[in-house]
Structure formats: C-alpha cells, structure tokens
Design a protein around this ligand. Structure first.
Ligand SMILES: *[C@@H]1O[C@H](CO)[C@@H](O)[C@H](O)[C@H]1NC(C)=O
Length: 261
C-alpha cells in the first residue's frame, strides 16, 4: 500500500513538469568555440551564431561553470556574453546574440522560455544606454536595461524591466551578483504573455500578466543575448559582460524549480 502510494506521488510530481522542446543549456559544449560548428550551410547544434562582431567567438561568448546560477544543477555551465565597440553587426548597435536552432514547435501553443540572468561589478552594463535583452524580433516580450530611447528625463536608468510591446510591466533595481530567474509564458494561440520570476534558488512565481500581446515568431527569432542602442553624446565606454544560464523552452506545465527539468 505504501509502495503504491509513493509510486502515485512520483507520477503526480513528474506530471507537473513540462516537456523540453529545445535545450540551450550548453551541456554538450566543450567551449564557446563549438558555436563555430554552426553556419548557414551546416545548421548543427542548438544555436545559430551569426549576430556578433568581427572578432573571434571568445571575444563575445565564453562558457564556464562559474557563469551559471549555482542553484541550477541541470546546467553544467553558463555563458558570459560580451558586447563592446567591436561587437557591431549590421548596424552601429553593439550586439552579441544566439538564436535557437531547432525545428521544434517553440513558436506555437503554450510555451515557456526559461533563462537566468546576472551582472557583476566587472564590466557592468551602462545605465545610460538602452539594452534589449532576450527579445523576440517583434518585441512582444523582452527585458530591457538602461535609459530607454526617447525618455526625456535623460537620467541613467538602473532598472531591469520586463516589457511587452515597449510597455514596462515589472522592474527591479538591478543589483550586481544576484541571479534573476525568468520564464516568459507565451500563449501563441490566445495572444498573451505572462512573466514568471524569482531570484537565487527560489522557485519561479507568476509576477506579471497575462497581458495580451502580438505573439508571433518564425521559430528562429528569439535572441538570447544583448543589443545595445547607440546614444549620441555618450562615450562608448568599456565592454559589458552579461551572464546567462538555464536556457530552455518547454511546453505543457511550467517547471518552477530553478534546478530545471
Ligand atoms: C562541434 O564539433 C565538434 C567536432 O565535430 C564536436 O566534437 C562537438 O561535439 C560539436 N559541438 C556541439 C555543441 O555540437
């Protein structure tokens, strides 16, 4: 009797987890140089790597166990993504971005885009520039940091914000060395987005939304990484380091544990 009860509860617990549609956790990577395996002619591995500056990959992406949320035991390493004055791609913007390489249905139905993000006091992101972070091409869900283009106050902005179509629905003063865990809940059928968030080892909780949004994606236009807009009158400044880990997309029910599926 006891045995069957514990079996039942095992099923009940596993029934709560979603199905991983696409895994971007870098567990199969020896180093960031593996990103160079991918090309338009040879679309292998979990990421498309084409939005970056002219330097070697190690100028823009590096992997290490030190770069992940330590509470995330399913990820062996995280990514330090760097932007600097050489990281220009197709424009005057500073950009280093990775795109999921997959045929999975990450752009339909109810899905959850998971990641953790952190900054440190070394090479901190500029509060005087707009940064678009982990965004979709049509910006129906994304994070932003720094002064927002057009803000007439001109003040530096130290908030990490969640935005839907350019409207902020959550913000927090972005302290160094704190892991922020995020899931974008996207209902491509209903046209809505929901924001799940926690810090450190805490489980995700619903923090904002659902909010109706123009949810649309071709399945290869979610950008893991950072785009920084140029701002006239503001010196370039030094490089910026951004840390990301626990990146995956799931369907079904939301995995709230930061240890991941
Ligand atoms: C990249 O290619 C090398 C050489 O074929 C292979 O050993 C490695 O597993 C590949 N990396 C990824 C992430 O697939």
């Amino acid at each position: 009797m006891l045995k069957s009860l514990s079996l039942l509860s095992t099923f009940a617990v596993s029934g709560l987890a979603g199905t991983v549609l696409w895994d971007g956790r870098f567990n199969e990577f020896t180093s960031s140089a593996d990103l160079n395996n991918w090309s338009w002619a040879n679309q292998v591995g979990p990421y498309q790597y084409y939005i970056h500056g002219a330097g070697p990959v190690t100028s823009y992406v590096n992997l290490s166990p030190d770069f992940k949320n330590p509470a995330d035991t399913s990820s062996q390493q995280g990514a330090k993504i760097t932007i600097d004055s050489t990281a220009k791609w197709n424009s005057d913007m500073w950009r280093t971005e990775l795109i999921p390489q997959t045929n999975a249905a990450i752009n339909s139905g109810q899905v959850y885009y998971h990641f953790s993000v952190k900054r440190s006091n070394t090479n901190p992101p500029s509060p005087n520039h707009e940064h678009q972070v982990n965004f979709f091409e049509s910006h129906f869900t994304e994070l932003k940091y720094g002064w927002i283009n057009g803000d007439p106050t001109g003040n530096p902005n130290y908030n990490l914000q969640w935005m839907v179509g350019g409207q902020s629905h959550w913000q927090v003063n972005w302290d160094a060395d704190v892991w922020h865990n995020v899931a974008y809940g996207i209902d491509f059928s209903a046209g809505s987005v929901t924001f799940y968030h926690s810090t450190g080892a805490n489980p995700l909780v619903q923090t904002a939304g659902p909010i109706s949004a123009s949810t649309s994606s071709n399945g290869a236009d979610w950008h893991l990484g950072v785009l920084r807009l140029p701002r006239s009158g503001y010196a370039d400044g030094g490089p910026e380091d951004w840390y990301f880990s626990g990146v995956y997309v799931e369907s079904g029910s939301l995995t709230t544990s930061v240890t991941g599926p």
